[in-house]
Design a protein around this ligand. Structure first.
Ligand code: INI
Length: 155
């Protein structure tokens, strides 16, 4: 039996982080968590590039523009918080579908680090307070996938 796993090894790996400015008080904390996690796992700060978008809706478009740039992984971070209109559903649906499609299209891991919350409190809880930090979690997933993808070679 042969088993292949991704290790949490960041040395020499290049990461892009796309982060939405909408609900910035949350997304700035996701970004902080992600960068802290990458650096603690050996990623050089020079190998991290951060791209800001106006909102989560724009994340898949920017992610697609990165397709020919040599990154080992792209982390997508942001927060969509429900309001009184169906806007939340549309934004959430588009960013989720867009990131999922890129994962299948590009042969590069695009990690979904988007908080979708009913309330501001729920979002804050997931951005470095009561319920961990989704930015840190996205970075852990990205480290594992970057290493796993590197180990999967064409025959
Ligand atoms: N963008 C977000 O990232 N989070 C939100 O909660 C949000 N809400 O609720 O409106 C949001 N809207 C902006 C959207 O992502 C686009 O930037 C905008 O529609 C322009 O295309």
């Amino acid at each position: 039996m042969k088993e292949i796993k991704g290790n949490l090894v960041g040395k020499g790996k290049k990461f892009a982080i796309i982060v939405s400015r909408f609900n910035e008080f949350v997304s700035i904390r996701l970004l902080g968590g992600a960068v802290d996690c990458l650096m603690r796992h050996g990623v050089d700060t020079q190998n991290i590039t951060v791209y800001w978008t106006p909102g989560c809706f724009e994340i898949p478009g920017v992610a697609r523009r990165l397709k020919d740039i040599k990154y080992d992984c792209v982390l997508c971070l942001g927060a969509v918080i429900r309001g009184d209109t169906p806007h939340f559903e549309y934004i959430t649906s588009e960013v989720t579908k867009g990131i999922a499609a890129l994962n299948l299209e590009k042969g590069l891991p695009f990690v979904y680090g988007i908080i979708t919350a009913d309330t501001t409190d729920q979002a804050v809880e997931r951005a470095g307070t009561k319920r961990g930090n989704r930015g840190w979690d996205a970075a852990m997933t990205g480290l594992e996938l970057a290493d796993l993808y590197a180990k999967i070679k064409p025959r």
